[in-house]
Design a binder for this molecule. Structure first.
Ligand SMILES: *Cc1c(COP(=O)(O)O)cnc(C)c1O
Length: 439
């Protein structure tokens, strides 16, 4: 039976090792999951614009649907991994998923139409009425809103703890989540983290969260997975699965897409965690489209180059800004003052990334004067693109956050959020210099 199944994406096994050497992600991005032989020799994958896929036989069609619906688990070589319908998957998205998984050393990945559709599908897949989500705070505003305003309508509660929390505080929050879940007749369904948090850059101690989770749920049947939004440092500078997380969440719109020209999301983790999410994605159709998947394949070829250059640029720009007379301070992971935060950074991160907070001396007026005077840097929200962006969280992305919570999170009127791109570092320094002179 098996030999009658023609190869689908790969005529030969994928090249992942060479002479005993395990190939690195930057090498695998140029070939993994795609075989030109099967597409007329086209070096790059064609964009497969099709809504449906032809079965070779009725029996094949049945086998594919058994796999899609989970009635019969998919097994290597039985042909049931074939494509059925583009709401479920397509060749471009599958190649992208193979390559995205590589960066986190994950067994599986899923791609989505946006970071938020990835997050919404993930949470809906794991939470039932009465359940509780334990999360770090702050989260990306739309994520926080989805948990507090949307999921609450379906009887899902939440408990949160501050990003920089000590291990005892994390254990305490987990206890409270467990008590709330029992009272509501549910379970702790998900531990959801975001690190570094936006816009403060506060880091979460993933290892301490995993220790607390493992101690409480050791040997129990329903273990809540630990998910973490790794958009700010991933996929290069932080690998959360190595520190005890189970699911890595991405807005691929940011560093992975990297050119500010698409919106997409991704999840990486063990098949055990991805399978229920895949089922719900199949139902809801939150997968990304083939064109976006193709653009992300192009982006992944240069993600290491871009993030490395942007990181070097950010270090140079921050060195210039650090002692400037009109700068009050910096929230940059390469220059952490707090000992607890520095300890988390040293254990979890391989680099400081290129998104940071710049505190201008003064308030909103001075910050606006600075933003309006920038010539190279563009005034826009978002981050992780080739170009440098600057924005004012208090008046823009976080405008609707109540004043007390803004104060608690350190989102002040003199805070400018900067995402450094891959321009010439000295040109950027010249731009920041002249803009500060205009304050
Ligand atoms: C942008 C962003 C999201 C949402 O992603 P979209 O692609 O805009 O839906 C989620 N988390 C973080 C940290 C983000 O920066």
């Amino acid at each position: 039976m098996t030999d009658s199944i023609p190869p689908r994406r790969m005529a030969k096994p994928a090249l992942t090792t060479l002479g005993g050497r395990k190939l690195q992600p930057s090498t695998l991005m140029m070939g993994l999951g795609y075989d030109p032989v099967l597409s007329e020799g086209a070096l790059k994958p064609p964009i497969f614009l099709t809504s449906t896929f032809a079965f070779r036989s009725a029996a094949d069609g049945k086998r594919h649907f058994e796999a899609i619906t989970g009635i019969r688990p998919w097994a290597e070589g039985d042909g049931a991994d074939g494509l059925v319908y583009s709401r479920f998957n397509g060749p471009n998205q599958e190649i992208l998923e193979d390559r995205l998984a590589v960066w986190d050393g994950a067994e599986d990945s899923l791609v989505f139409s946006s970071g938020m559709s990835a997050i919404a599908t993930l949470l809906l897949a794991f939470c039932s009425e009465g359940d509780v989500i334990l999360h770090s705070g702050p989260l990306y505003a739309a994520t926080e809103g989805f948990i507090a305003k949307t999921l609450s309508r379906f009887g899902v509660g939440y408990v949160d703890f501050p990003a920089g929390a000590e291990p005892a505080e994390i254990e305490n929050a987990l206890e409270r989540a467990q008590v709330l879940a029992r009272a509501q007749g549910g379970k702790v369904a998900m531990i959801y983290l975001e690190s570094p948090a936006n816009p403060t850059n506060a880091l979460v101690d993933i290892e301490a969260v995993a220790t607390a989770r493992n101690a409480m749920f050791d040997g129990r049947e329903s273990v809540p997975p630990i998910s973490i939004d790794n958009t700010f440092l991933g996929p290069l500078w932080q690998h959360p699965l190595e520190h005890g997380a189970d699911i890595v969440v991405y807005s691929l719109t940011k560093y992975v897409g990297g050119h500010s020209d698409l919106v997409a999301g991704g999840l990486s983790g063990a098949k055990r965690w991805m399978d229920p999410v895949r089922m719900l994605r199949n139902t809801m159709g939150t997968i990304c489209d083939p064109n976006t998947a193709w653009m992300l394949l192009r982006s992944l070829e240069t993600v290491e180059l871009r993030m490395t250059r942007a990181g070097e640029n950010a270090a140079k720009v921050c060195t210039f800004l650090k002692d400037h007379a009109k700068v009050e301070g910096l929230g940059y992971l390469g220059m952490i003052a707090d000992a607890r935060q520095q300890d988390i950074y040293a254990r979890h991160c391989k680099g400081a990334g290129s998104t940071f907070s710049l505190f201008i001396k003064g308030g909103e007026a001075e910050s606006f004067a600075f933003l309006d005077a920038l010539r190279i840097a563009k005034l826009a929200v978002s981050l992780g693109g080739t170009e440098t962006l600057a924005s004012h969280p208090a008046a823009m992305t976080h405008l609707s956050v109540p004043a007390a919570r803004k104060a608690a999170l350190g989102i002040t009127d003199n805070l400018v959020r900067v995402s450094i791109g891959i321009e010439d570092a000295d040109d950027l320094i010249a731009d920041f210099d002249q803009a500060l002179a205009a304050v």
